[in-house]
Design a protein around this ligand. Structure first.
Ligand code: ZN
Ligand code: ZN
Length: 858
């Protein structure tokens, strides 16, 4: 065994760390190890084993977590590529790739030092200490912490074996004294040698909740040597089991609850995990009673049992493929059979049956004994879709959706790695699924913004999918009715093969789109209308005919702006330079960027004037307006306020599908890929709001949203119609969307992008410098600006520093640079040099956001 190993740790540093390998420990490349880092323990991925002694003494590895690699060579290579391309710390990339945090139990504890005891004692003698310049409440907290730890140590010291267990400090009650509580003449507390024992540790969480200490405050106390921090984190046993209730007999006299529980078990084939039974509203004791009576037995089974079984549904393969679908499938199969990298862009209009092609392609891969990954946007993975997938692929499918707990995610990960599930369906991070013999990756709705991770590492799952397919000699299929400009450009340059599905299935026509110019509407009616006369008439007609309507307004809440007519100021978030939105039902003002809430103002917070006006319309107000206009209609709303999880989303869509709703109002959520046959009218009340934003992708986004929402109309027997209300009726994104003319839009937008040196003609990065102190944000961005000026980077354009369009966000002031270059390599080199300069200037790495291929410049 080599003497050293290099470990990538999940810290914001662009380096790996060298540790010594002690005897009897055998780390493997691609496996996790537990190591000491600063005052903590961390798991990291071993990236190299070697005998090169580092210049400083290396610490020892504490333990090996995985005896075999959890990241194989191709995934390690992919991780390194991501780190390099997105300038992300490699350890953070690996952490993102591995959903295994549940297998690592973090245990950080604190104990009081002798110095801390002395400080506590002195404070007790003299009242509060006047030396410190820090705010008194911080000082009070510090002494609360010392008091708490001292009391715990005193309580614990005399005992033989006091193990501080999972349940925290509940088995004793320390005296929580205030500063100065000790009588002035009290002797210094007796410091017994045992108090230095590790068993005196109080875990961080109980300590913080009892004393309201922040992590920063505890850090300060550690620096003063008043308290000591120990990290006892350790790997957990990954082989989990689940308790299963098994039905033995349903005979005999049963009470209501008992009968219900027996029925639940019987309905699920006689076996249900205990935790699922407890979620039903049956008292916990009922199960115990049934077990005692011998009617139910509890057994332990491998945790995989928790994978939900499908209920039977009609298979989506019940229809015939049309020639275009068949030819798309043939090309996909040929590409897979070739065992060489190839990229296919499947451009299919809304309703053209792309999903059926995906699923048939995956089935082909499964039959060939190989693996496939299907990526879907955030909202698309509903329980119904999951049930369909189980129906087609049985136990061979693993579904990774955002509602999974860390533990469930880890279980699915192991199923995939063992080869038990070779078909993987999931959102963004499923692109890292550890499948063997990968043949096919499909990215559905490849233009969707949810594929870009908006935190470190800021990767784009579509681009990672392409790279992973390349590295594995696999096929990647990008599918969309509105491909991103980047992907379509690549297809035009023959980097991908372009496959068109130009028609809807069963020759259904695309909906007819009518534009209503809202400026004219205002002139003619003399009033600011939310719903035009045309749209109102069309809605009424559909309701009379018992057909269904969707209305899109891509802005949630009731009123987006609260304005004072006296001083002219808006009510803004206290953390962000963003107007607060009025939410009427919840009766509060909400920041849509950071979640900050405030009471609904009765008077202006700036000048006290009572003339506060609530302006503009959000989806909540639209719903109310429609209720008023169509009192007989059954109306529901879909947006982030009414949808808390996939179940809410699906429940509403089901109601629409079953004909229990006449009208569905919502934000862009209603535009996403679902297939409701009764909808014959789509009204667009505000989809062009984005056209007013200073963002070069605004036109593309608007075109996509308009096309997608229009695509919800006329998917059944009756042709659909779209009424598109706009203040930008001449804008090309509105015009082309109304004509369903993707190619026309694409050519025009591409011309503009070329003139402005924007993607896909240039590689682009957004660099944001942020600090909660305005001075610092200005100083740092100024320093970097001067450096950019002084160092000429040939072939790279640097715009900035400029105030970011959202100057203040989540308490941080933000200044940014936009870098553009036709050469990705040059862009990358410049960004790397910039980060090195920032490090030299002691600008913390966490305060500089480097967003390569940024989707938003806000
Ligand atoms: Zn005012
Ligand atoms: Zn905010």
């Amino acid at each position: 065994m080599p003497e050293f190993c290099d470990v990538a740790l999940p810290v914001p540093l662009d380096i790996v760390f060298t540790y010594r390998i002690p005897p009897n420990i055998s780390p493997v490349i691609g496996g996790r190890v537990l190591v000491p880092f600063r005052q903590r323990r961390m798991t990291g991925i071993v990236v190299e084993l070697h005998d090169r002694a580092p210049s400083i003494t290396a610490k020892n590895i504490i333990a090996v977590v995985d005896p075999a690699p959890v990241l194989d060579q191709p995934l390690l290579r992919l991780g390194r590529w991501i780190a390099d391309y997105y300038l992300a710390p490699v350890g953070e990339v690996f952490r993102t790739m591995l959903p295994l945090s549940a297998e690592f139990k973090r245990t950080i504890g604190y104990r009081i030092t002798e110095e801390g005891r002395r400080a506590l004692h002195l404070a007790g003698m003299s009242g509060s200490s006047a030396r410190s310049r820090r705010p008194p409440e911080d000082q009070a907290t510090e002494f609360r912490v010392l008091d708490y730890l001292a009391a715990y140590a005193d309580e614990a010291a005399p005992r033989e074996e006091v193990v501080h267990n999972e349940s925290g400090v509940s088995h004793f009650s320390p005296v929580l004294g205030e500063v100065g509580k000790f009588p002035p003449d009290a002797p210094a507390p007796d410091v017994s040698p045992q108090s230095r024992d590790m068993k005196m540790l109080v875990r961080e969480q109980p300590l913080r909740s009892a004393t309201h200490a922040t992590r920063a405050l505890l850090d300060g106390m550690v620096r003063k040597n008043w308290i000591a921090r120990e990290d006892l984190s350790a790997p957990q046993d990954a082989r989990r089991t689940t308790k299963i209730a098994v039905l033995k007999s349903g005979e005999g006299k049963l009470k209501d609850n008992q009968r219900r529980l027996i029925d639940t078990l019987a309905a699920s084939g006689g076996k249900v995990p205990v935790h699922q039974l407890q979620s039903a509203d049956i008292p916990r004791t009922t199960l115990g009673t049934l077990v005692r009576r011998g009617l139910v037995e509890l057994v332990e089974e491998p945790a995989e049992f928790t994978v939900s079984r499908a209920r039977p549904r009609p298979s989506p393969f019940d229809f015939e493929f049309n020639p275009a679908q068949q030819s798309a499938l043939d090309r996909l199969r040929d590409a897979v059979t070739n065992r060489q990298f190839s990229g296919l862009l499947l451009h299919g209009v809304t309703g053209s049956g792309k999903t059926a092609v995906y699923l048939a392609g995956m089935r082909f891969v499964l039959d060939a004994g190989r693996s496939a990954i299907l990526l879907v946007p955030e909202i698309g993975l509903t329980p119904a879709v999951a049930a369909d997938l189980h129906q087609i692929f049985g136990d061979e499918v693993a579904i990774l959706h955002s509602a999974l707990s860390d533990r469930e995610r880890a279980e699915q990960w192991h199923r995939i790695q063992r080869g038990d599930a070779r078909m993987v369906v999931g959102t963004r991070s499923a692109v890292f699924a550890p499948v063997a013999d990968l043949a096919l990756i499909i990215v559905d709705e490849e233009h969707d913004a949810s594929y870009k991770q908006e935190e470190n590492p800021r990767y784009h799952a579509r681009d990672v999918a392409v790279m992973r397919a390349k590295m594995s000699n696999a096929v990647v299929v990008l599918g969309s009715a509105t491909p991103s400009l980047e992907s379509y450009f690549n297809a035009k340059k023959s980097k991908y093969a372009l496959i068109d599905l130009p028609d809807r299935v069963e020759q259904r026509p695309l909906p007819e789109v009518e534009i209503v110019d809202m400026r004219l509407e205002f002139q003619e009616t003399g009033r600011e209308q939310v719903i035009s006369r045309k749209l109102a008439a069309e809605i009424q007609e559909r309701i009379d005919r018992k057909e269904q309507v969707m209305v899109l307004l891509n802005r949630r809440g009731y009123s987006p702006v609260v304005l004072c007519r006296t001083c002219g100021k808006k009510l803004e978030c206290s953390n962000c330079a963003i107007a607060l939105t009025h939410h009427k039902r919840e009766h509060k003002m909400v920041c849509h960027y950071c979640g900050f809430t405030a009471p609904v103002p009765k008077a202006c917070v700036h000048c006290g004037s009572e003339y506060v006006y609530f302006l503009g319309t959000g989806s909540e107000k639209l719903e109310e307006l429609l209720h008023g206009m169509f009192p007989q209609a059954r109306i529901a709303r879909l947006d982030r306020d009414t949808v808390r999880g996939h179940e809410d989303f699906e429940r509403t869509l089901n109601a629409l599908n079953e004909g229990e709703l006449d009208l569905l109002v919502g934000t862009q959520m209603i535009a996403k890929g679902h297939d409701i046959h009764g909808v014959t009218l789509v009204g667009v009340v505000g989809a062009d709001v984005a056209l007013g934003l200073p963002d070069f992708r605004a036109a593309e986004r608007t075109f996509q949203l308009l096309t997608q929402v229009a695509g919800r109309a006329g998917r059944g027997q009756t042709p659909g119609r779209v009424i598109l209300q706009t203040y930008f009726q001449d804008h090309y994104s509105v015009q082309y969307a109304a004509r369903h003319d993707f190619t026309g839009f694409y050519e025009k937008e591409l011309t503009f992008r070329g003139w402005m040196h924007y993607p896909p003609y240039s590689a682009l990065a957004n660099v944001v410098v942020r600090s909660d102190k305005l001075d610092e944000a200005l100083e740092w961005s100024g320093l970097l600006g001067k450096w950019f000026d002084a160092t000429r980077h040939e072939g790279v354009r640097v715009l900035g520093p400029a105030a970011a369009p959202i100057l203040r966000l989540k308490r941080d002031y933000r200044y940014h640079f936009v870098l553009k270059s036709p050469s990705r390599e040059k862009l990358n080199t410049t960004l790397r040099a910039m980060l090195a300069e920032a490090a030299k200037r002691k600008i913390p790495r966490t305060q500089i956001i480097v967003d390569v291929d940024a989707l938003w410049l806000m």
